[in-house]
Write a protein that binds this ligand. Structure first.
Ligand code: S3P
Length: 449
């Protein structure tokens, strides 16, 4: 019963070859949450004294933020706990100018949050990143930072791209209503607010992930949150975090890959350990449940258990625009679930996906399309016409330098009719270097490393 079949993964130079296989069974961990990891590094760097962080994300994006806080003068010592999880001890509180430009790598969260923090610190910095970062819109953080009085200069035509030159200090507190649902922009303004001359308020029409305000409150910053007239408001008072200990929960965006895999492969049952369960991160689970998936997020252990649906099939759904901030990073893999569900699934109001690591509406359309999925992107909508039990085509796809496109294709590859070659697999190292190992472990029905 449920003997694992196939599923081998081979890295040949750049591309990864993924064999079909399944079911997925057993337990796994996922990396520490990436959004939380960036923020705890920054808060520890600002706190005057030693903070301890357990289980930070082991991806390249967070490694860049760690290197940046070290370049600014935080001292970071790393060791492993008896479970093999990383423990960092960070001595912060005395930040100063770095010797050279600060490289965020591929990380949009890194550059936008750090822009806010650095805008408030009384020295000059330049933030830069890879070719993808240099294409992504930075006007969304430049505008509120300038309203706070920051001296920040962008590059490119119109000056709204990285690199960003920041001459920090002299900020005033403002009230800022986000023009788009973006936790990165909210976080940028709130980090700047820590160094402003008075309260700083961010107003949201649609609540985005709440890590900045949750972690600031947990580290002693004066934070007030209200909900009034359909709007969410977060106000921070200027100040510095106190040194803290934080255990980073597992990343729900990574758990989503195994949740979809288990939902489309009959006979699957996976337990993903200690997955973050806070606001605006579990939208994928609600959508999968609506499609007929069998999920249970244990409120005590935070383990997420996913079983193949008892009826055996998923059905299509409509993902409303107001649900999107809570699952913005999970759309590519939910599109794989939709490809295996009966009927047409429509994702509404997903225009923000066009400005992620790749234009994800275009890359989901092109790459799942190559695998034989009937998928169309039009404006800010994505439509997937699926068929329960359908086999996708094993072929060559391109990750477009986008970790989430690569991993969504790797999940699709499990139900393909032959091997899938994923070009540009290296992008996965930005967030989930152990993905192939965890995939192999779940295919073998064992315990993930
Ligand atoms: C993130 C916010 C989201 C998300 C990104 C992480 C964060 O971006 O896509 O992966 O940690 O604040 P937006 O704020 O641009 O929606």
């Amino acid at each position: 019963m449920n003997a694992p079949t196939g599923g081998g993964a081979t890295m040949v130079g750049g591309p990864m070859i993924m064999e079909p296989g399944g079911p997925l069974r057993g337990r796994t961990r996922v990396p520490g949450d990436k959004s939380i990891s960036h923020r705890v590094l920054m808060l520890a760097a600002l706190a005057d004294g030693e903070s301890t962080i357990h289980g930070l994300s082991d991806g390249g994006d967070v490694a860049c933020t760690r290197a940046i806080v070290e370049a600014l003068g935080a001292r970071v010592d790393a060791e492993e706990d008896p479970d093999g999880r990383q423990v960092l001890r960070i001595s912060g509180g005395r930040l100063g100018p770095a010797q050279s430009d600060l490289d965020v790598g591929n990380s949009g969260t890194g550059i936008r949050l750090l822009a806010g923090m650095l805008a408030g610190l009384g020295f000059a910095s330049t933030l830069d990143g890879d070719a993808s970062i240099r294409r992504r819109p930075m006007d969304r953080v430049l505008e509120p930072l300038r309203a706070m009085g920051a001296s920040v200069t962008g590059s490119g035509d119109g000056g709204a791209l990285a690199p960003l030159a920041i001459d920090g200090g002299g900020l005033r507190g403002i009230e800022y209503r986000l023009p788009m649902a973006s936790a990165q922009v909210k976080g940028c303004v709130l980090f700047a607010g820590l160094s402003a001359d008075g309260p700083t308020t961010v107003v949201e029409d649609q609540p985005s992930r709440a890590h900045t305000e949750e972690l600031m409150a947990a580290t002693g910053i004066d934070v007030e949150r209200t909900h009034d007239n359909g709007l969410d408001r977060v106000t921070v008072l200027p100040g510095r975090p106190t040194p803290f200990v934080h255990d980073v929960a597992g990343d729900p965006s990574q758990a989503a890959f195994w949740a979809v895999g288990a939902s489309i492969l009959p006979g699957s049952e996976v337990v993903i350990e200690n997955v973050y369960a806070g606001p605006a991160r579990s939208g994928f689970a609600a959508v999968l449940a609506r499609m007929g998936a069998d999920l249970f997020h244990d409120p005590v252990t935070s383990d997420l258990t996913v079983r193949a649906p008892s009826g055996g099939v998923l059905s299509a759904t409509t993902v409303r625009a107001d649900e999107v901030p809570g699952l913005v990073d999970e759309v590519p893999v939910l599109a794989v679930a939709a490809a295996c569900a009966d009927g047409e699934t429509v994702f509404e109001g997903v225009g923000e996906l066009r400005v992620k690591e790749s234009d994800r509406l275009a890359t989901v359309e092109s790459e799942l399309g190559r695998m034989g999925v009937d998928v169309r992107a039009e404006g800010d909508r994505l439509m997937v016409r699926g068929r329960a039990g359908s086999q996708l085509r094993g072929t060559s796809v391109d990750a477009h330098n986008d970790h989430r496109i690569a991993m969504a294709c790797a999940v699709a590859a499990l139900v393909a009719d032959g091997p899938t070659t994923i070009d540009g697999w290296g992008a996965v190292a930005t967030s989930y270097p152990m993905f192939p190992d965890h995939r192999a472990t779940l295919l073998a029905g064992g315990i993930g490393a």
